[in-house]
Design a protein around this ligand. Structure first.
Ligand SMILES: Cc1cc2nc3c(=O)[nH]c(=O)nc-3n(C[C@H](O)[C@H](O)[C@H](O)COP(=O)(O)O)c2cc1C
Length: 213
């Protein structure tokens, strides 16, 4: 029996840390054959003037903008990534989620799967709460949350400051420019691979179920 699965990695990043994690998740997910991965950025809501004032670098042009939430219906699974804002999702990502009323009413995402990844400036700046406070969105859409668990040995390490939690990959952005670290990128790759396997397994199961019923 064969099946193919499509995963969208949909993210928001002001300074590029989440973009780098998204690329690492993509690399990991690409290790699973028969899975198609596409990267998208959500629309920026800040003006160019404000972005210049906060010294935000240019957006990566090679990553397309996802213009409307309806595009999500084309995928089987989603890795949603965004930096923390006071322990929660930033307005840019929230605006994207808030545009999903139409597909919510149609139940178009029910049964699909989603994983999360994030970043914060400080070690205890709210990475886990950012994932937790996003779970209601997944529940209301009937999306199955796929937490990463302790899927990489570095999640048990305590000798270095590092992102990565059972909720998903993350980066401690900090102020010294050395982020994401090698460890954080490895965790992100591992999550991407694990998530891609879970989505394909579900697709195969769906096919087997349809044949048996
Ligand atoms: C309005 C605002 C609120 C923020 N709140 C937090 C916070 O609560 N905790 C924290 O550690 N970092 C906080 N940050 C820092 C961002 O999370 C950090 O810049 C981000 O993780 C970097 O990711 P990016 O490079 O993908 O934009 C905040 C930044 C802004 C602009």
């Amino acid at each position: 029996m064969t099946a193919t699965a499509t995963i969208y990695i949909v993210y928001y990043s002001t300074y590029g840390h989440i973009h780098k994690l998204a690329k690492a998740l993509e690399t990991g997910a690409q290790r699973v054959k028969d899975v198609d991965i596409k990267l998208f950025r959500v629309p920026e809501t800040l003006s160019d003037e404000i972005l210049a004032k906060i010294h935000a670098p240019p957006k990566p042009e090679e990553v397309p903008v996802i213009e409307q939430a309806g595009q999500l219906t084309d995928a089987d699974g989603f890795l949603f990534g965004f930096p923390t804002r006071f322990g929660m999702a930033p307005a840019q990502f929230k605006a994207f989620l808030d545009s999903s009323g139409g597909i919510w009413a149609a139940g178009a995402l029910r049964g699909k799967q989603a994983g999360l990844f994030t970043s914060s400036n400080t070690q205890h700046g709210g990475q886990e709460t950012t994932a937790l406070t996003t779970l209601p969105f997944l529940a209301h859409h009937g999306l199955q949350y796929v937490p990463f668990g302790y899927g990489h040995p570095a999640l048990n390490a305590t000798k270095e400051v590092s992102g990565g939690s059972p909720y998903g990959a993350s980066a401690v952005a900090g102020i010294d420019g050395d982020s994401p670290t090698k460890t954080e990128l490895e965790i992100a790759e591992a999550q991407g691979e694990y998530f891609a396997k879970q989505v394909l397994i579900r697709k195969l199961g769906e096919k087997a179920f349809a044949e048996q019923q």
